[in-house]
Design a protein around this ligand. Structure first.
Ligand code: AMP
Length: 187
């Protein structure tokens, strides 16, 4: 099974992606984690991505697309994967589709964990406090949320037009949302 999970910052997308990966034995690929690792390792990609990430901007498509396509071409991705944080733009979605089609593969389902914006801003503020994430100051978080909202709706429409989008109500406990996600995958 190959999945793309969508959700704005604070929607619980990463948590749900991890659980879902365990439940279905899928490789969990978070482009945010991959980019943070590249920054920490001081690779060329990391150095290029760093300035965008610290200012809450998207890393340019060509950098992220190359990184992700290379990763899903590796043997451990053959059993299926769940993409968390990618695609963030329609350009990324198209590049992914083209790459998969070239290998006679496809994305199966795209669950979209939906949470109202005011609840997201509350969650982001709380998380920034607990984790002390430098890229989660209220100003940066709000800007990321605004940027992400625009991009994510474009990506959601892309997958809706292919009949793959499944809206999942993201309000509730981790277990409740997981149960809804599983129902969406089964349906
Ligand atoms: P995340 O952990 O998913 O919130 O990602 C952290 C940061 O990494 C984002 O704010 C972006 O700067 C960058 N990033 C992660 N995934 C992507 C992507 N698919 N396209 C562009 N930038 C990304």
């Amino acid at each position: 099974m190959r999945l793309v999970i969508l959700g704005l910052i604070g929607a619980g997308k990463g948590t749900q992606a991890k659980i879902c990966a365990e439940q279905h034995n899928l490789l969990h690929l978070s482009t945010g984690d991959m980019l943070r690792e590249a920054v920490a390792a001081g690779t060329d990609l990391g150095n290029q991505a760093n300035e965008y990430m610290t200012s809450g901007q998207l890393v340019p498509d060509e950098l992220v697309i190359d990184m992700l396509l290379e990763r899903i071409g590796q043997p451990d991705a053959e059993g299926g994967f769940i993409l968390d944080g990618f695609p963030r733009t329609v350009g990324q979605a198209e590049a992914l589709e083209t790459a998969l089609t070239g290998r006679a593969l496809d994305i199966d389902t795209v669950p979209f964990i939906r949470v109202p914006e005011e609840m997201l801003l509350e969650r982001i503020a709380k998380r920034a406090e607990i984790e002390g994430r430098a890229d989660d100051t209220p100003e940066v978080a709000q800007r990321r949320l605004r940027e992400q909202s625009e991009g994510i709706e474009g990506v959601a429409s892309f997958y809706a037009s292919r009949g793959k989008l499944q809206d999942v109500d993201g309000v509730g406990s981790v277990e409740e949302v997981n149960a809804r996600l599983e129902a969406a995958l089964a349906g």
